[in-house]
Design a protein around this ligand. Structure first.
Ligand code: C2E
Ligand code: MG
Ligand code: MG
Length: 566
């Protein structure tokens, strides 16, 4: 500390000292000493009671507190406790009237930086004690910060996040909201670190930290757990859906390119989400659940996030995830139609194809409809998907110059959608397809729920010129009833019967009965899932009209479908 006289300019850098002393004489003496030690270097405020001192610490900033231990409203170390509770970061020098080694040690143990005895203090000693106290406190705060923060990014570390999570959980019961932990892991960090070097890797991590802070609300905490793992704590969450939105916000922001020196790099993040509204949840368990969910997101590939939970919550979120992914698939034109041939059993001539949708997923490869049609149904996306399928199938029918019948699957929700007939009409018009070349395949579950509405739709589709097939025939409870009630033209015998035919006379009898019943009703029959020449011959003998199955050909892209001459 400089001993040279200070001018008014230096007041800004003066030490702000809070003098907690109820004896005005003593207080004046201390102020005089400080002025003597270094004129103008200290700006003193006084508090005569511990409670006043607490108020002062809560409302203004001080560099140091000088504390008398015998105050009217607090005695001994009590006063020190109260002050430290109000301002943990401000150093405290005790000025005591008593020479008491025990008390002195106690004070330092309780967090005081020094213990001076009033009668023995003189100006330079007091000034030095304050200077040391300030410096020691600064180092202590710095160390505490280091212990609770990540050195590279400056974000809170695991210890601090767990601490804040514990506090957030403890507050839960009152608000009726939830706490979410989002475990974020960068997918390509190692590659970037290895190829561009550690400096670039560090830069990337720092940039990620900044972006995380940007997308979070104040009050939320982003922490770095080491490596490329970041953990976000969100309070006041209104349930999973809300947490998922935060995950999406994070994923979106991190999917924007990073500029590392000359290089533009892309990273992807996998987020595992754990949500709870139970104040008794343990912070470590919640983080572990989020971590596990993150691994599942990674496993699933392509999934940006995964929520840890069981039962319906989990389903709801998964649906949302699939919905998001499917939206993207449609936007990015990742859907494909494959076509599986249908042949006349008697002649072996290919007369048509069934259009079967696939998802050309950028990471998972070709994904079958079994994995996304149900989700599309549940979310309503089936309508958009279905329109795409119809447009594409009609376009292809025209490209084949109407030489093949095109069978198109309609799921239950599509059938009952009030716009279906109109949109089929529009697509037929716009594509120029001959509607008599179209056959819509519908399962009985689609029509039996609302018989009247379904009947009306089927009649209108027929009125457009298309034919109708009942798909997966025999698998439902009321297949025969459906056949009687609705205007179908074709019966598709489910492949489970075809597969069972060879081994079981009972199954063979069912197939025989279905075929003869269909013939009696004037309907054509198509057997699904013909895989062997045995299936083929058995069905041909029974008089089945058309066949479809791996034996004739698997579903393939249009360019591999070989048209027969003529
Ligand atoms: P589906 O309409 O019964 O289609 C026949 C399914 O059987 C297809 O499965 C086909 O690949 C498979 N298959 C054909 N021949 C054989 C065979 O010899 N052996 C065996 N084991 N399987 C065979 P895929 O393509 O996975 O489609 C599954 C279901 O997804 C379809 O059953 C249909 O209900 C639905 N689906 C497919 N495309 C669409 C679509 O564009 N829209 C709607 N709404 N549903 C679709
Ligand atoms: Mg079908
Ligand atoms: Mg089928």
């Amino acid at each position: 500390m400089s001993a040279s006289p200070r001018t008014a300019r230096d007041v800004g850098t003066a030490q702000r000292v809070l003098l907690v002393e109820d004896n005005p004489g003593d207080a004046a003496l201390v102020e005089a000493m400080l002025e003597e030690a270094s004129p103008g270097a200290y700006v003193c405020s006084r508090a005569g009671r511990a409670s006043d001192a607490v108020d002062a610490l809560l409302s203004s900033v001080y560099d140091c507190v000088l504390l008398d231990l015998s105050l009217p409203d607090a005695y001994g170390l009590d006063a020190l406790d109260q002050l430290r509770a109000a301002a943990l970061d401000v150093p405290v020098v005790v000025l005591s009237g008593r020479r008491d080694e025990q008390l002195a040690i106690g004070a330092v143990q309780e967090g005081a930086q020094d213990y001076l005895i009033k009668g023995e203090v003189e100006a330079r000693l007091l000034a030095r004690s304050i200077a040391y106290a300030v410096e020691r406190k600064r180092a202590e705060v710095e160390l505490a910060h280091q212990a609770l923060h990540d050195g590279l990014t400056g974000l809170p570390n695991r210890a601090l996040l767990l601490d804040r999570l514990g506090q957030a959980l403890a507050r839960l019961g009152r608000s009726g909201t939830s706490v979410a932990v989002l475990f974020c892991d960068l997918d390509r960090f190692k590659v970037i670190n290895d190829s561009l070097g550690h400096a670039a890797g560090d830069q990337l991590l720092t940039d990620v930290a900044r972006r995380l802070e940007e997308v979070l609300r104040t009050g939320d905490t982003a922490a770095r757990f080491g490596g490329d793992e970041f953990v976000v704590l969100c309070e006041d969450i209104e349930g999973e859906r809300h947490a998922v939105l935060v995950a999406e916000r994070i994923a979106r922001r991190l999917s924007e390119p990073f500029l590392l020196g000359e290089d533009q790099v892309h990273v992807r993040v996998s987020v595992g989400i754990a949500v709870t509204d139970r104040p008794t949840a343990r912070p470590e368990s919640l983080v572990r659940d989020a971590d596990a969910a993150m691994y599942r997101a990674k496993e699933r590939g392509g999934a940006l996030y995964e929520v840890f939970d069981t039962g319906m919550h989990r389903r709801a979120v998964r649906r949302l995830a699939t919905e998001t992914a499917l939206h993207r698939a449609l936007d990015r034109e990742e859907l494909r139609l494959h076509f599986q041939p249908q042949l006349e059993m008697a002649s072996g001539r290919m007369t048509g194809v069934e259009a079967l949708v696939r998802w050309q997923h950028p990471e998972r490869g070709l994904v079958g409809p079994g994995e996304f049609i149900a989700a599309a149904e549940e979310t309503g996306l089936i309508h958009r998907l279905g329109e795409w399928v119809m447009e594409e199938a009609c376009r292809q029918t025209v490209a084949w110059q109407g030489r093949l019948t095109m069978s198109i699957n309609l799921s239950p929700r599509q059938v009952l959608h009030p716009e279906l007939v109109r949109s089929v009409g529009r697509i037929v018009r716009e594509s120029g397809v001959d509607p008599r070349r179209l056959c819509f395949e519908i399962t009985e579950t689609a029509v039996l729920d609302d018989v009247d509405a379904a009947t009306a739709v089927l009649e209108q589709l027929k009125a457009l010129g298309a034919s109708l097939a009942i798909d997966d025939f025999g698998t439902g409870y009321s297949s025969l009833k459906a056949l009687q009630q609705f205007p179908f033209d074709v019966v598709k015998i489910d492949r489970s019967f075809v597969a069972g035919m060879a081994g079981s006379t009972q199954e063979a009898a069912i197939v025989a009965a279905v075929i003869s019943l269909s013939q009696a009703l004037g309907l054509r029959t198509v057997a699904e899932g013909i895989e062997t020449v045995g299936h083929l011959e058995g069905l041909r003998t029974l008089g089945c009209d058309l066949g479809q199955g791996f034996y004739f050909g698997r579903p393939t892209p249009a360019r591999y479908v070989v048209l027969e001459p003529g």
